[in-house]
Design a protein around this ligand. Sequence first.
Ligand code: BG6
Length: 270
Amino acid sequence: METGVSRGAIFLQGAHVTEFQPAGQQPVLWMSSSSWLEEGKPIRGGVPICFPWFGPHPTDPSQPGHGNARLLPWEVSGAARLSDGGVGLELRADLSPLQALFRVGFGRSLTMELTVELPVCSPPAPVRYEEAFHTYFSVGDIHQVSVEGLEKFDYVDTVGGRTEKKADGKPLRFASETDLIYQQTIGRCVIVDPALQRRILVDRAGSQSTVVWNPWIAKSIRMPDFGDHEWPGMMCLETANVGSSAVVLNPGQVHVLRTGISTAPLPKQN
Ligand code: BG6
């Protein structure tokens, strides 16, 4: 859709945002040209909503990776004009016993909110779940990109196993396959992209975890729905609650995960 202040697109399957482009700017989200766009298959790019689990299912390997919410049809339950001239949409999904409500705003910035409720009528037992806005960002050249805002947090490097690594105080850079999970992260992350001369500002709330991913060469080739040469133009920075930061709701409780994504020009270097 064209809102006047941005262009956006969303699929009902998974309440999956596939496009966001502020007026007069480059696209912010990345989509693979090899993505499946078929019912029941995950979409590669945009913003998959991973829910109610992240990665493989904890006990049942026959279940889809990153949860079944991204494969289900969500139902549109509302639409409204935003104060900046953009358009907001509201979609719902029943993942019993959890009830999910997704709000997206295609304004000058992209805002996303996932509200999850465990209704009181459920059996009186807590329910644990994981969630992520698995956002694929479009970048000019991954070799030049850095990410600011994570430098003071320890992390787990999941490439080829699980290695705990200490914060080194430096912005994150990419030089090989990257698959990192940060916990207890707070504050804004900034993707600095010299090739596109812009910064992408990622604000979040209700999120403890941040996942950063680029498959690099070999993993891109192994994935049938990811072009072999597309990896230098993307990176995922995921606003999440996963692993030790999974959410636990008691009946009657609600949790909200939020992110706001905007862009700013990169000041020219002298
Ligand atoms: C990332 C994970 O979040 O998603 C990676 O950290 C994974 O390990 C990637 O490969 C893509 O997952 P999928 O299920 O969409 O291929």
